[in-house]
Design a protein around this ligand. Structure first.
Ligand code: FES
Ligand code: FES
Length: 158
């Protein structure tokens, strides 16, 4: 097995770790780097629970080779809060009861973050499209959509 060093930033901090041949980014983040926030759902690119941002774009970490993030900026749900202060999306998800089991939530939050960064005032249809690859078994999606719209329309408590 060949080990390959990968240096990248994770939630703003420089990280250096070794990846193995063919290791995907999800496995690398969880087992190699210790960030357990991206979740393993299907491992096949169909559930969205592993969604992270790579250079600001949402990616399914189970389908991305770890070595491809060399020199890139990776963001996960673990980096959303600033100390004890939650990210507005996290506040809105709590206020709207948008998480039940919470398994989909890290991926949903990252998909929503990417959307709001490229389009701060999305329509409801644009929100639905942005989270279209993220499967939730619990909420029926309405609370999640409402939470994302709350943030985009400034309805989140400070
Ligand atoms: S675990 Fe990656 S899409 Fe399901
Ligand atoms: S809150 Fe359970 S899968 Fe979404």
């Amino acid at each position: 097995m060949t080990m390959k060093p990968v240096t990248f930033t994770l939630n703003g901090a420089t990280k250096a770790a070794f990846t193995t041949d063919g290791q995907n980014l999800l496995d690398f983040l969880r087992r190699g780097v210790g960030d357990l926030s991206p979740k393993y759902g299907c491992g096949q690119g169909t559930c969205g629970s592993c969604t992270v941002l790579v250079d600001g774009a949402p990616q399914l970490a189970c389908l991305v080779l770890a070595e491809t993030v060399e020199g890139k900026r990776v963001e996960t749900a673990a980096g959303l809060a600033a100390g004890a202060r939650l990210h507005p999306l996290q506040e809105a998800f709590m206020d709207r009861f948008a998480a039940q089991c919470g398994y989909c939530t890290p991926g949903m939050l990252m998909a929503a973050k990417a959307l709001l960064e490229r389009n701060p005032r999305p329509t409801r249809d644009e929100v639905i499209e942005a989270i279209g690859g993220n499967i939730c078994r619990c909420t029926g999606y309405e609370p999640i959509i409402a939470a994302i719209l709350d943030v985009s329309q400034g309805r989140v408590r400070a």
